[in-house]
Design a protein around this ligand. Structure first.
Ligand code: SF4
Length: 313
C-alpha cells in the first residue's frame, strides 16, 4: 500500500514495540535520539525535545523509512522509491524550534541567514531593527549584522498578560489571535521618532501585522518597514499547517494566487498599514535555509501541489 501526502507517526504495540514512520517526501520532521544514562533510543518530532531530556540527536528518520524499536534495539526498513524531497520550508522560517536541527540544517542558522538575505535585498534607510518576538529574533539579528544597523528589543510580549506567551498563528479563533496581539507592547524609548525596520517570519492571515504596525506608530515610530523572511503565502497548506483556505490569506485577498514579490510587497503594505513591506523570494529562502528548491515544499507560496500527489518526479 502507498500513502501519498504528509505524515509522521508513531505506533506503540501491546507487546512493547515502537514504530516510527515518515512519509516519502519528508514534509515534516521526525528524528531519532539516544539517551545515554538509560541506554535508550528516543523518537521526537524535533531535536529540541531531545536536548531537554539530556539526549543527543542520532539522525533524522529518512524519507519513506520505518524505524522499529524493541528490546533488541533499533532496525529499519524503507518504502522510499526515489521521490524528491519536499521538506516544509515554513518549519525553518517559523514553525520549528530554533534549537532544532532538521534534515541536517540548523533552524537557528537558517533564520539568521534569512534575515541576512532580507538585508541584501532591502537593507538600507532605517534607524533601528526590531524583531517580532519570539520566532523572528534570529532573523532580525541576521538582518542587523548584514545591514550594519542596531538591533533593539522594541516590541515585548506582555509577560503579565495571562496568554502573552502563546503564538497567535496557532490560535483557532480570530478573536483569540487578535487578543494575543494586543499584548504586544512597544518600547517607546526605542522606537519614538525612528525609522523602524520590523522583521517577522511570515504574514499569513494578516491578523497580527496591522496590530504590530499600529503599536509601533502609537509609540511614536516615524516610519515602519516590515520585512518578512517567508515569501508571500497566497495558497493553502494541505500538508499539515493550519491555513486551509485561500480566503483567509492576506496575500491572496490583496493580490490573488501567484503575484510577484513586488506586487505582494506593495499590496500587503497597504493592507497592513506599513510604510513598506519586503518579502524574501524563493531564491533567498532556499539560500537562507541552505537547501535547493527541489528539496523543499513551497506549495503555499507557489500554488504547485505536485509533491502531494502519488507520482515519482
Ligand atoms: S504548503 Fe507551506 S506550510 Fe505547508 S508544508 Fe508546504 S511549505 Fe510547509
Amino acid at each position: 500500500m502507498r500513502i501519498p501526502g504528509a505524515y509522521c507517526f508513531l505506533i506503540i504495540t501491546n507487546d512493547g514495540k515502537v514504530f516510527a514512520i515518515r512519509d516519502t517526501r519528508g514534509f515534516r520532521p521526525l528524528c531519532i535520539g539516544w539517551h545515554e544514562p538509560s541506554e535508550s533510543y528516543i523518537l521526537a518530532s524535533e531535536s529540541c525535545a531531545l536536548y531537554v531530556l539530556g539526549a543527543s540527536l542520532v539522525r533524522d528518520v529518512k524519507q519513506g523509512e520505518v524505524v522499529r524499536l524493541d528490546e533488541n534495539g533499533m532496525d529499519t526498513l524503507s518504502f522510499y522509491r526515489g521521490e524528491r524531497a519536499a521538506h516544509c520550508a515554513f518549519e525553518y522560517s517559523y514553525f520549528a524550534h530554533p534549537s532544532s536541527i532538521i534534515d541536517g540544517h540548523s533552524v537557528y542558522h537558517a533564520r539568521k541567514e534569512l534575515g541576512r538575505q532580507l538585508a541584501r535585498t532591502y537593507g538600507n534607510g532605517a534607524d533601528v531593527v526590531i524583531p517580532v518576538p519570539d520566532s523572528a529574533r534570529p532573523a532580525a539579528l541576521g538582518y542587523s549584522m548584514e545591514a550594519q544597523l542596531p538591533i533593539e528589543e522594541g516590541l515585548m510580549k506582555d509577560r503579565y498578560a495571562k496568554r502573552g506567551g502563546i503564538r497567535s498563528f496557532i490560535e483557532p479563533r480570530i478573536s483569540d489571535r487578535e487578543k494575543i496581539n494586543r499584548w504586544m507592547v512597544a518600547v517607546k524609548e526605542i522606537v519614538q521618532d525612528k525609522d523602524v525596520v520590523v522583521v517577522d517570519d511570515s504574514i499569513v492571515r494578516g491578523t497580527s501585522a496591522p496590530n504590530i504596525i499600529k503599536t509601533l506608530r502609537n509609540a511614536g515610530a516615524k516610519s515602519v518597514k516590515m520585512l518578512v523572511t517567508f515569501p508571500p503565502i497566497s495558497n493553502p497548506c494541505y500538508a499539515g499547517i493550519d491555513f486551509p483556505t485561500h480566503q483567509e490569506l492576506v496575500a491572496y485577498r490583496t493580490c490573488g494566487k501567484n503575484a510577484s514579490i513586488e506586487k505582494a510587497n506593495r499590496e500587503v503594505a497597504k493592507a497592513i498599514g506599513a510604510d513598506s513591506v519586503g518579502y524574501n523570494g524563493i531564491k533567498e529562502l532556499c539560500k537562507g535555509i541552505g537547501m535547493k528548491e527541489t528539496e523543499l515544499c513551497l506549495s503555499c507560496h507557489t500554488g504547485e501541489y505536485k509533491c502531494l500527489k502519488r507520482t515519482n518526479d
